[in-house]
Design a protein around this ligand. Structure first.
Ligand SMILES: NC(=O)c1ccc[n+]([C@@H]2O[C@H](COP(=O)([O-])OP(=O)(O)OC[C@H]3O[C@@H](n4cnc5c(N)ncnc54)[C@H](O)[C@@H]3O)[C@@H](O)[C@H]2O)c1
Length: 291
């Protein structure tokens, strides 16, 4: 697995980058809003909850948006594009923990089993797919390069008990990243990458959970570790399709290790079949369609 060193001297180039950050009122998004704006980026801080007054500055504009509402997210991107003439960075970061127990049975007034609300999937997965679509739509119109950074999780590639829908949503985002890594046409001038945090000290964890993890001496990194990875992706247009695991303050490139070890975990023959028959779109016929 490849460790990635992030060179901090590059961050002077964040100056004037028009940057949408979702989930910006807390945790990783807040750390990103502070980090980007302190380097002169023009941050559009997006959240359903108010942006903390103590953290605001002249480079941050707060927009209240419920990302699960298509029209609100569309208006956000349209407003940003109209106001600044471009969107350099979309850090699609908002998310929630396992806030609904979809396998707990609930019944309506007639005693019929109810369909789950799928809150986690709507926020973590569908709203982020919509954000990615909107970012591609607007970034394609501009001459400047556009960078999309998605917040995944260690749960992109590990199940572990207790959070089935969270794992579904994060696995889903990784699947989208892996596809777009192949399919976003180079002429769009857009790179798409993902930061996958391990335990990070934010509002997503309950105080009891944080205390338990801390007392178990698990590694709990500060929120600026994933935020700095997002800044790194924003400034490196050639880096595309990378899922960077951010754990205990260190960064590991998951996708290069994943590709390198594929003959081991899928079997050498199966690996070859996939290379031959699936990964060349001319043979497979599979390619994401854009207008
Ligand atoms: N903290 C961790 O240990 C950890 C680990 C892996 C991945 N992540 C991911 O990091 C991302 C950021 O989470 P965090 O840890 O900073 O948590 P957080 O709770 O501190 O911040 C999440 C923010 O998203 C906002 N949000 C939620 N639903 C929204 C909606 N519908 N519309 C607009 N805003 C909405 C919340 O209001 C909140 O401000 C999430 O995608 C999370 O899954 C966190």
């Amino acid at each position: 697995m490849a460790q990635v060193h992030i060179d901090e001297s590059q961050f002077v180039d964040l100056k004037d980058k028009v940057t949408i950050i979702t989930g910006a009122s807390s945790g990783i998004g807040l750390a990103a809003a502070c980090f980007f704006s302190s380097h002169g980026a023009r941050v559009v801080a997006v959240d359903i909850n108010a942006f903390p007054e103590a953290d605001t500055n002249d480079n941050i504009v707060y927009r209240k948006v419920d990302l699960t509402k298509w029209n609100e997210q569309l208006d956000l991107f349209q407003w940003t594009f109209d106001t600044y003439g471009r969107i350099d960075v979309a850090f699609l970061n908002a998310g929630v923990a396992e806030i609904e127990d979809v396998f707990v049975d609930t019944f309506d007034g007639n005693g019929r089993l109810q369909e789950p609300q799928h809150k986690v999937t709507k926020i973590n997965l569908l709203a982020t797919i919509n954000g990615t679509k909107l970012a591609i739509h607007f970034m394609r119109k501009q001459t400047q390069h556009g960078s999309i950074v998605i917040t995944g999780s260690g749960k992109c590639f590990n199940g572990i008990g207790g959070t089935p829908m969270y794992a579904v949503s994060k696995h889903g985002l990784l699947g989208m990243l892996r596809t777009l890594a192949y399919d976003v046409p180079p002429e769009f001038n857009i790179n798409v990458n993902m930061v996958c945090p391990f335990w990070t000290n934010t509002g997503i964890l309950s105080p009891e959970h944080r205390e338990k993890l801390a007392s178990a001496k698990k590694c709990m990194q500060p929120a600026n570790v994933p935020a700095i990875a997002a800044a790194h992706f924003s400034l490196n247009p050639k880096v595309h399709g990378m899922a960077l695991y951010a754990a205990c303050g260190k960064y590991t490139d998951i996708e290069s290790g994943f590709a390198l070890t594929r003959p081991i975990w899928i079997g050498a023959e199966n690996h070859l079949d996939r290379v031959l028959f699936e990964e060349d779109p001319a043979i497979s016929g599979f390619k994401t369609k854009f207008n």
